[in-house]
Structure formats: C-alpha cells, structure tokens
Design a protein around this ligand. Structure first.
Ligand SMILES: [Zn+2]
Length: 158
C-alpha cells in the first residue's frame, strides 16, 4: 500500500474477534437498542474492520513521513497489540524523528474525529427505525475511532 509492504500477523484474528464480540454483545445493544442479534454482529464486524483500518492508517502515516525524510521503510506489520512500522536506518535529525513519531497519534486523532463527526451525529439524528448500517455501523465506526484514540495504536514501539 502506497509502495509499502503491509503484513498481517495471525494474532490479529483474536483481537478482531474480541473487538467484534465486545461491540456486538455490549456496546451496540447499549448504543442502539432494539435491533436483532444479526444486525449487531454485522455492524460489529464492520466496526472491527474500521478499527484495523485506523490502525493501518496510523502505521502508514509513520511510514510515509519516515520515507519522505529519507528513512527506508521495510514494511508494516499489524499484530495483536496494534501495528509496527519497520524502519531501516535512523532519522537524520531530531526534527525528522519527532515528526515521524508524532504523525501516528495525530493520524489516529484525525481518524477518530472523522469517525465521530461523520457517523455519530447522523446516527443520533435518524434515531428510531433506521437501517442496520446507519444504526449499528455508525456507533461502531465511532467506537473504533475512540478505541484507537485512547491509545491502542500506541502500543506500537515506533
Ligand atoms: Zn505509532
């Protein structure tokens, strides 16, 4: 992706299952009551996929900034606790290093803001009787963004 090799560790399946399970059984029935079990699970799967999308965006931002500062990027691996960007070589200045490190949390924050501003208000305004996607998917997207912002992605060492 963007010329950067992206790898997935098998341990991802556990977190995917955990995120989907939490959304389907606890978060969504609470946030959007009155829907069927299948609706919650479909929405939860979408939410879990968005969660990984936001992790990937976080790591890609590190990698892209690193590359633009002349640091070779071997690739990105997503695993149990988030993502790891494998950089080859050191940033040439403290400023480059700070930018490479800082862009990840900024990206996660931006993803969270977008997820909340595009999804949550629409969900609230449509209220009762809305479709599975707008009722379940929206809080799922919001929660994926919030989860990321609250620091999951920063388990990453880079
Ligand atoms: Zn990071």
């Amino acid at each position: 992706m963007l010329g950067i090799e992206v790898g997935f560790n098998w341990s991802l399946i556990f977190i995917f299952a955990y995120v989907a399970w939490t959304l389907a059984t606890a978060y969504l029935p609470d946030a959007a009551p009155g829907h069927g079990v299948v609706v919650y699970w479909v929405a939860a799967a979408i939410g879990a996929a968005l969660f990984y999308g936001s992790l990937l965006a976080h790591e890609l931002s590190h990698a892209v900034v690193a590359r633009s500062h002349g640091v070779k990027v071997a690739g990105i691996t997503l695993w149990l606790f988030g993502g790891v960007s494998r950089l080859e070589g050191e940033p040439t200045s403290a400023r480059s290093e700070a930018l490479i490190a800082g862009v990840g949390p900024l990206t996660s924050f931006a993803v969270a803001v977008v997820a909340r501003s595009t999804s949550c208000p629409r969900f609230r305004s449509t209220g009762e009787g809305c479709s599975a996607r707008s009722s379940g998917g929206a809080p799922a997207a919001g929660s994926a963004g919030c989860t990321t912002r609250s620091g999951w992605a920063e388990f990453s060492p880079t």
